[in-house]
Design a protein around this ligand. Sequence first.
Ligand SMILES: Nc1ncnc2c1ncn2[C@@H]1O[C@H](COP(=O)(O)OP(=O)(O)OP(=O)(O)O)[C@@H](O)[C@H]1O
Ligand SMILES: [Mn+2]
Length: 563
Amino acid sequence: MVKRNLGPSTRSIYLGLACLSLALHLLLAIFCLSVLQTTCVLPTSSSSSIPRTDTHHNESASHSTSSSTASSSNKLPARTHSEEQHSPTANTLHHKAQDSIGEVTEKANKLTGAGKAIQNVKGQSKLEALFEHPLYNLPGPELQTDDWLLRVKTDEDAKDVGSEEGESEEIITSDSEWQSASEEDGYDKVSWTRDVETHPPWLRFHLGISRWELYNRKDPNLARLTHYLATQRILGAVQKTGGTQLKLLISFPNHGQALLKPMKQSRDAETDVNLFYFSDFERHNAEIAAFHLDRLLGFNRIPPVVGRLINVTADIREKTTDHKVSRTFFTSPAGNVCFYGQCEYYCSTEHPVCGRPHMLEVSLAAMLPDLSLAPRRSWRSPWRRSYSRTKLAEWEKNPNYCDTVKQTPPYSQGTRLVDLIDMVILDFLMSNMDRHHYETFEKFGNETFLLHLDHGRAFGRHSQDEPSILAPLQQCCRIRRSTLLRLRLLLLPDFRLSDVMRESLAQDPLAAVAPLLSEPHLSALDRRLAAVLQVVQICQEKHKDVIYDDVERYDQDSSDTAV
Ligand SMILES: Nc1ncnc2c1ncn2[C@@H]1O[C@H](COP(=O)(O)OP(=O)(O)OP(=O)(O)O)[C@@H](O)[C@H]1O
Ligand SMILES: [Mn+2]
């Protein structure tokens, strides 16, 4: 009986559902065509597994930069229902993002002369569109000779040593010196001249460091450098001293070096909630992701980092001359080759670094110039944590802590405070609680960018945020205008942080093994970005002097301070 009745009624239900689905598809198609022009795009395939730069000069760049194929990016992306944020606060931020960016985009276009050339071509990747945006192409200060960290020594310099004011300048080389430094065993014979074309990528990276950034995002050498780190034959591996957890200094045949951090836990492992931040294991993928995030924020203050699969036996055990490393190798009960080295934490049989059975994922960071060439100064962060289970730091007890910091050099002058706040925003987004110190290049004194180093403890938890990381922003209520505008841009659907981050990370060689960051970590970035903007909004409601205007600087004509 039941069966007999079900036949016809089921058929009509199916028919109804089919009609409904057809109608919905039609509606969706119309909606897509009219509203989502910029968001309904086919994902573009990444042609290379090697991180690319977004330079116009980059031969491998696939997009067209000609103005005829492009449409104006002044038009801000349309917000859609599907893209809508959930909370009312996020919504307000969203509107605010569009309003203020619209004005400033126009201004930035004027400044960069990019009005016509910058485009948001249908089908273009979000990452490419982001890096083409005027806010990522603001003109920097003109660089003088003193604004470069290193320079190539000329024959002239070699002749009049000590007679010029440039005497104390960090000098790299003359042709003859390069030649004589090339005789060591196993290393390539050096044939570099003053001609930059003959310089290996690591040297070009060193020569490109300026007072205001560690690298120029548009420099084609960046892609060469990451490719170099990812593919060069490993010639040596010794333990890097300093720091608390195991890391190795890797040498390449043409005298380049990299800082290696091994994979110690699975990518999905969330840090145990009962573990203090200072007991957390370091993560190789956090080092890689931090480099990408810093670049996406427009900072360019982290040395390039790339992922690589190495063979622990062939690349480390057989190459190392360091007994601290070689004597700790063993074969695990599962038959994998493991080692643990010598360090303060987690260097024991209980915490081995293991291949499978030989292959191991690692991160490789480009090394900064040697300290003898470019000494660095280490600064204790005023918002350093106590690194104790029981003690609170002063900033955790005193809500007016920033008043004192603001009056204390070097934070009382120049850009130091807003630079620190940039760093804090980066740290909050990736939940890095381990920023006890930061470094600067001594040569540049106090007028320089802050080096962002050591991000092994970032991206530990995606299900939780750590508001205390934002304390400097909350307590000082100060932020660079260019930073704020880029953050607001990254909240918009067309440039959404999680999307550009996913795309950027896909360029790393290890993305072929598994995504460098899981989806929950990527969505955490969007959530945290909204939280940062909310803190800024609260600041702006209470204070006047929140924005440090580093954009207006280039725009003498305008008196508009809309943000
Ligand atoms: N890319 C780099 N090039 C040169 N030196 C670097 C680089 N990255 C880090 N260092 C130096 O090596 C030191 C130790 O590195 P790192 O901080 O990553 O290790 P760590 O074991 O996490 O240290 P800690 O336990 O003190 O946080 C840093 O303080 C920094 O001075
Ligand atoms: Mn560390």
